[in-house]
Ligand binder design. Structure first.
Ligand code: C2E
Ligand code: MG
Ligand code: MG
Length: 695
């Protein structure tokens, strides 16, 4: 036995203590206490105790109670306990072993036997400690020392009220008492309501009730009133840990929410298997936010609440640029801002990644204030980066919705302003909900729609300003939906671009366009080239050129009859790929149109790099023509540049005579717009071509 081994003797009879000390003191470091209560206090301060010799029958707290407390306490559970009993008391020995005693020794003591037993148990314990240096119990102990959390253990007898069995020093510290004061209070009190803020005592009682009826861990936030009268917010998690003798034993871990050391708190939470709090920021996880918010709304049915989802913009970039540590720190500080602002007012949590959620009474919500603080917060992170946030706000108007549904509504609002720099927030509206339902239906129906030929093409003529007649037409897809009617592409193309279904649809549309041209040719009707739109997804496909060549061959058409419209955004994704594809397609005889030119911000660069044949000038220049002389100057400039680059020009969106007349003065080659013709069905287009109105 190592002399450094620390043994605690818990025995009320002084003569027995003296005897034990005599037998063992040459070998180990002995400490003595006269009852369970004293012993637990000693152990709290000396959790490195290697062995406890425990008498059963003692005043204040007997050996059974003390054993139960030890086995429930995360950091005392592993300490070996030898029970000291009378030789004839078999029932007691059995019960003690069942409750987790390691061994027993009978009185009167046989010195050599006692030494041997003690030695072998200490050796076994030392081995165990070596194997598991970071054992759960030690981890718990270390954490409880470094973290502002308190642990208390309660017993609820079958028909009695709950009383506290045990508390950790850190719990007494949390409440601002020393251990002696706390012990004295514990003896006079049941659930220690004295330490709980008067208004929150009911919450604690309800927590216990819920725990006992549902037998599931319960998480709550409440206030503790400290000895000096100050108030601390704590989050508590109550868990049943054992049942015996018709009693239920549960422990409560109380975390001090006002403590800044959230990182170490979160370690503790994880070690306890507590999923109530987010491990990084130590505010509620999504699930806990949902239950807590639900409860808050139920408790205040007459109050109007708002639920807000807040997102840090381009958070991935921050992680990449400044490292995960800085990223983590930003999340932690955002959470602590929410805690500071909302504690005692509403609920708040981290949804995932860089997304936070909070809910508070509407009258407390001040958007201006929030934006100001948000800006201050963003500047406070001390990085050389313009950090911004966006929020989606749902004013809770449908209390029958689940909190999850409310979060979705706030997220919907957020999605509408996600990349909008001038608008850092948006309120949820019914329209967004309808759009979501439609999006859902679109996603649901799209494959079937393709099979059932519900996608059809409309054609919009493109007029030549030189020849005063239509020289081409743009192919524009429509969805003839059996329930929703004729759906314009603006409603489904963005969705299909996200899920890449657009690639399939585009091929289908190109096929329809070629089929139409082939059909007309079969009937010996004159044809004009058609231009089709091409999505970014298609541009990145390695078989794009081959598949287009195969397509025109299939219908016996010249590639010059099928023009390809590419938008600027494709250039931003991958310029070299776009340049390559353009050149290859041109070498096979296809003409390339640069669509919506002037819509993006890298237009001039793109003009420099991409040898497109035709430039389609975005309609935004025309819309502001009448009010802005600058727009007129720009339009003129673009047309001049195109001429210099030997590109044909098409002005899109011509709606008025004024616009038309202006365009005539600029040297623009072609126009497309409602002024002459709206997109029309193929049948209408047949009639149109048979007798095109002259300009
Ligand atoms: P876009 O390629 O720029 O097509 C021109 C759009 O402008 C068409 O809208 C057309 O109806 C509209 N437009 C034409 N003249 C006027 C006018 O004078 N005033 C106004 N206000 N609008 C005019 P549409 O058919 O709703 O198509 C919208 C967009 O959807 C298209 O813009 C194109 O980007 C995309 N799209 C349409 N069909 C397809 C397709 O088959 N594949 C792909 N990938 N995208 C398509
Ligand atoms: Mg187009
Ligand atoms: Mg366009």
């Amino acid at each position: 036995m190592a002399i450094s081994s620390k043994i605690l003797i818990v025995e009320d009879a002084e003569s027995d203590r003296v005897l034990l000390r005599e037998i063992l003191s040459d070998y180990v470091n002995i400490h003595e206490t006269a009852n369970g209560m004293e012993a637990l206090t000693f152990l709290q301060r000396n959790p490195d105790t290697d062995l406890v010799l425990l008498d059963i029958y003692m005043p204040h707290m007997d050996g059974f109670e003390m054993l139960a407390c030890m086995r429930l306490s995360p950091w005392l559970a592993h300490v070996p306990v030898i029970i000291l009993t009378a030789a004839e008391d078999e029932a007691t020995r059995l019960k003690a072993l069942k409750m987790g005693a390691t061994e027993f020794i009978t009185k009167p003591y046989v010195a050599e036997l006692l030494r041997q037993r003690t030695a072998s148990i200490l050796a076994a314990a030392a081995r165990r400690k070596e194997c598991r240096p970071g054992s759960f119990a030690h981890q718990m102990y270390d954490l409880s020392q470094s973290v502002h959390c308190g642990i208390s253990v309660y017993e609820v007898p079958a028909n009695g009220t709950a009383h506290m069995l045990f508390f950790s020093q850190s719990y007494a510290d949390l409440c601002g008492y020393n251990a002696e004061e706390f012990t004295a209070m514990m003896e006079n009190d049941t659930l220690l309501p004295l330490t709980i803020y008067p208004e929150d005592q009911i919450i604690f009682r309800q927590t216990v009730e819920t725990l006992l009826t549902e037998q599931q861990p319960v998480y709550q936030t409440l206030r503790i009133q400290r000895k000096d009268g100050t108030v601390r917010y704590v989050s508590i998690s109550a868990k049943i840990c054992a049942k015996f003798n018709n009693s239920t034993i549960f422990h409560v871990v109380s975390l001090d929410l006002s403590n800044a050391d959230s990182r170490s708190q979160s370690i503790l939470h994880r070690a306890l298997g507590n999923q109530a709090f987010d491990h990084l920021t130590n505010i509620y996880t999504q699930d806990t936010f949902i239950t807590q918010t639900h409860q808050m709304l139920m408790e205040h049915p007459d109050e109007e609440y708002v639920l807000i989802v807040m997102n840090i913009d381009r958070f991935k970039i921050i992680n990449d640029l400044f490292g995960i540590r800085v990223g983590d720190n930003i999340l932690i500080q955002t959470a602590s801002y929410l805690r500071k602002r909302l504690l005692g007012i509403g609920t708040f949590g981290r949804l995932h990644g860089d997304s936070f959620v909070f809910c508070l009474p509407h009258h407390f919500f001040d958007m201006d204030q929030m934006l100001k603080t948000q800006a201050v917060l963003c500047n406070s992170f001390g990085i050389n980066y313009n950090l911004t946030m966006h929020s989606g706000i749902y004013i809770i108007g449908e209390p029958q919705l689940t909190i999850r549904q409310m979060c979705i509504r706030a997220k919907m609002a957020l999605a509408t302003v996600k990349d909008n720099y001038s608008m850092p927030y948006a309120y949820y509206t019914e329209r967004m909900h309808k759009a979501m339902l439609i999006e859902h239906q679109i996603l649901n129906d799209m494959h079937q729609a393709l099979e059932k030929n519900q996608f059809i093409i409309y054609l919009q003529p493109i007029y030549s300003l030189h020849f005063h007649k239509p020289i081409s037409a743009e192919v524009l897809v429509r969805w003839q939906h059996p329930v929703l009617g004729l759906i314009p592409p603006s409603q489904f193309i963005p969705i299909f671009e996200k899920n890449h279904f657009i690639a399939e649809l585009d091929h289908y549309v190109w096929d329809l366009a070629c089929q139409y041209l082939a059909e007309r040719r079969k009937q010996n009707l004159p044809n004009i080239p058609l231009s089709v739109n091409m999505s970014r997804t298609n541009l990145s496909s390695p078989d794009l050129v081959t598949s287009l060549c195969v397509l025109v061959q299939k219908y016996g058409l010249s590639p010059a009859m099928l023009r390809l419209e590419i938008t600027e955004s494709a250039y931003m994704d991958n310029p070299s790929q776009l340049i390559d594809a353009t050149k290859k397609l041109q070498s096979h005889g296809f003409k390339i149109l640069m669509d919506d030119f002037g819509n993006g911000y890298s237009s001039l660069n793109m003009l420099k790099d991409i040898p497109a044949n035709i430039l389609k000038i975005d309609m935004q220049f025309l819309t502001s023509l009448e009010t802005s002389s600058r727009a007129a100057a720009l339009l003129l400039g673009i047309i001049r540049i195109a001429q210099q680059l030997e590109m044909v020009t098409i002005a899109e969106g011509v709606e008025t005579k004024f616009q038309l007349n202006f365009l005539r003065t600029t040297g623009c080659d072609n126009i497309q717009g409602f002024y002459y013709a709206k997109p029309m069905s193929t049948r209408d287009f047949d009639h149109f071509l048979a007798d095109p109105p002259m300009m």
